[in-house]
Design a protein around this ligand. Structure first.
Ligand SMILES: NC(=O)C1=CN([C@@H]2O[C@H](COP(=O)(O)OP(=O)(O)OC[C@H]3O[C@@H](n4cnc5c(N)ncnc54)[C@H](OP(=O)(O)O)[C@@H]3O)[C@@H](O)[C@H]2O)C=CC1
Ligand SMILES: O=C1CO[C@H](CO)[C@@H](O)[C@@H]1O
Length: 325
């Protein structure tokens, strides 16, 4: 086992520190997920992102507890995020949903609990197999729970000491502003799709002015999903000749270039990987700096096209992607 790499932290608006890079775990399941999280901790990751929706909280928790038991890390050194699923937006369901996540993780507390999306789905019980409520015709059933009410229920969770920080995900600027106008506790972060194809410059600026950190989901542009028929999707950013060229200049891979680009834009990327080689690469971002010319070249890759557009939810009153940012 190699020595764990050092990862800097960023300060959140409530004083807590968040490691400047995290491990994504979407689509990482079972033993593969356990091994990836363990390897990630060995390599130096101290920030792990999961969600009720991913069905891997149990695996993530198992790996974390194993590494604590081995003496590789303490719980305090880790930053663990999970997310409230869309079916549990009704204020009466928020606490129970949180307790379920904590139970699956097998931890005493989480560092960050995010509202996964601003839009809710119909609640059809607690069976984890039934995360997506469909009617007999295959139509996804929405709820009209207001995310402000959901947020107020999330604020109450802080009193329990079982969650250190709360935040949101996939919120647009107007939705974020509505939370700010109505909340007692400011979200520490908005986790949104953010990569060189959709660099979120305006949303980052908006959040920065309000002391809200942007966390970048899908920071590599989800290369694993490109084999499918993606007519209206962005071109794979890791294969872009300009990114490859910049990488050669710094002796870095395309992934390291696009992740470093995000770090220099002031956001916290959470790339997913189950490969040891990629995990190692994804941590080696803090020993080089892209020049302003190279940042400008990377800025030109922006097309504002999303990989995660939630197209099935376009008719929802709280669908977030109809605004400019
Ligand atoms: N809040 C939300 O709504 C959302 C949150 N997320 C979060 O963000 C995380 C990251 O996003 P995700 O959608 O997974 O996509 P990413 O953009 O992180 O891409 C992940 C893919 O990139 C590959 N990869 C990782 N590192 C490298 C590397 N160094 N070189 C080449 N390929 C690499 C991985 O393969 P391999 O495993 O083989 O390394 C995997 O197939 C998620 O896992 C999840 O935690 C994601 C989407 C939505
Ligand atoms: O968090 C997530 C939200 O939804 C996506 C799919 O639509 C997931 O793949 C992702 O990881």
């Amino acid at each position: 086992m190699s020595a764990a790499r050092f990862v800097p932290t960023v300060k959140l608006n409530n004083g807590h520190e968040m490691p400047a890079i995290g491990l994504g775990t979407s689509m990482s399941k079972g033993d593969e997920c356990v091994e990836a999280v363990k390897a990630a901790i060995d390599e130096g990751f101290r920030h792990i992102d999961t969600a009720y929706f991913y069905r891997n909280e149990e695996a993530v928790g198992r790996a974390i507890r194993a590494k604590i038991d081995e003496g590789i890390v303490t719980r305090e050194e880790l930053f663990v995020t999970t997310k409230l699923w869309n079916s549990f937006h009704h204020p009466d369901h928020v606490q129970q949903a949180f307790e379920k996540s904590l139970e699956y993780l097998g931890l005493d507390y989480v560092d960050l609990f995010l509202m996964h999306m601003p839009f809710g789905y119909k609640f059809i019980g607690w069976d984890p197999e039934k995360r997506m409520p469909y009617d007999d015709n295959g139509k996804l059933l929405f709820s009209d729970d207001d995310y402000v009410d959901t947020w107020k229920a999330m604020e109450k969770l802080l009193d329990s000491g079982k969650v250190r920080s709360i935040g949101v995900s996939n919120f647009n600027s107007e939705q974020l502003e509505r939370i700010l106008e109505n909340c007692s506790v400011k979200p520490v972060t908005n986790q949104v799709e953010c990569n060189a194809r959709i660099n979120q410059k305006r949303l980052i600026e908006f959040c920065k002015a309000r002391d809200i950190m942007v966390t970048a989901h899908s920071p590599l542009g989800r290369p694993h999903l490109f084999e499918k028929d993606h007519v209206d999707k962005p071109k794979p950013v890791l294969d872009d000749p300009k990114v490859i060229e910049i990488g050669k200049k710094y002796g870095k891979t395309s992934a390291q270039v696009v992740l470093r680009y995000l770090v220099q834009n002031g956001v916290v990327p959470i790339p997913k990987s189950t490969s040891r080689q990629h995990l190692t690469q994804n941590l080696e971002l803090f020993d080089f700096e892209l020049s302003s010319d190279d940042l400008a070249i990377l800025d030109e890759l922006n097309t504002n096209q999303r990989m995660v557009g939630f197209n099935r939810v376009k008719g929802h009153k709280y669908y977030p992607f109809n605004t400019v940012f």
